[in-house]
Design a protein around this ligand. Structure first.
Ligand SMILES: [Ca+2]
Ligand SMILES: [Ca+2]
Length: 230
């Protein structure tokens, strides 16, 4: 049994403790509820008049692109369980000008007030009961968010009962000014309104900081070196 010196054993433990997101001062998550209906308790409303809001020190602004911004409030029709006031209302991009390519229609969402160069998880929710069940414009409703697809696309879709449904989490990295861009685009044909957006959450991503990864690497290297020389 090789004997390790205590400082070498402590290094990886100290490094593991530093993985905690201590660099984020505000109390994330930031929670944004899109639409002009009632604002979900504990969330911050983003309405068609302002298109901007601040939650937990994170500023969000949303810019509609390619076609007019639409907003609806479906009341209890959209389900939503404890978060019904988030689910019931939403923004979407209409189809008034079908000559604009779907890939040029959507939202640019700017998040600022982030920690420079830090990594975040952005979670999105999108659902509209009449859009999948009325059959007038037809499903699916695909949104492309920084290259990943969020859809509620089938006539068999039922209204959500929790935040686990009709959701997508993407990872973004803030730039040197503490800003990150989330680009939502239509991933549907020219006659179908999309993307939709009911709510958005910003969390600190649970990934090691570069300095932490370096410390962990050094600690493991020290252990390996000790083991080999023992
Ligand atoms: Ca709402
Ligand atoms: Ca909403």
């Amino acid at each position: 049994m090789p004997s390790f010196s205590r400082p070498f054993l402590l290094l990886p433990i100290l490094a593991a403790l530093l993985v905690l997101p201590a660099s984020q001062a505000s109390a994330l998550p930031a929670l944004f509820d899109f639409g002009d209906g009632p604002v979900q308790t504990g969330w911050v409303g983003v309405t068609t008049t302002g298109l901007a809001a601040t939650s937990e020190g994170i500023q969000l602004s949303i810019l509609p692109l390619g076609n007019p911004l639409g907003a609806r409030d479906r009341g209890a029709q959209n389900g939503g369980g404890d978060e019904n006031d988030m689910w019931r209302d939403f923004f979407f991009i209409g189809t008034e000008d079908e000559s604009i390519p779907p890939a040029d229609r959507g939202f640019d969402i700017t998040l600022s007030g982030l920690v420079a160069d830090a990594t975040y998880d952005v979670t999105l929710w999108a659902f509209d009961y009449p859009s999948v069940n009325a059959g007038v414009f037809g499903p699916p409703r695909n949104g492309d968010w920084n290259g990943e697809i969020l859809n509620f696309g089938s006539t068999s879709n039922t209204a959500p009962e929790s935040l686990d449904e009709y959701t997508l989490t993407i990872r973004v990295v803030a730039d040197a000014t503490g800003t990150a861009l989330v680009q939502g685009r239509s991933a549907n044909g020219p006659t179908i309104a999309s993307p939709f957006l009911n709510g958005l959450r910003v969390d600190v991503a649970a990934v090691p900081e570069p300095t932490t990864a370096l410390l962990m690497g050094l600690g493991l290297l020290a252990l390996a070196t000790r083991r080999r020389s023992a």
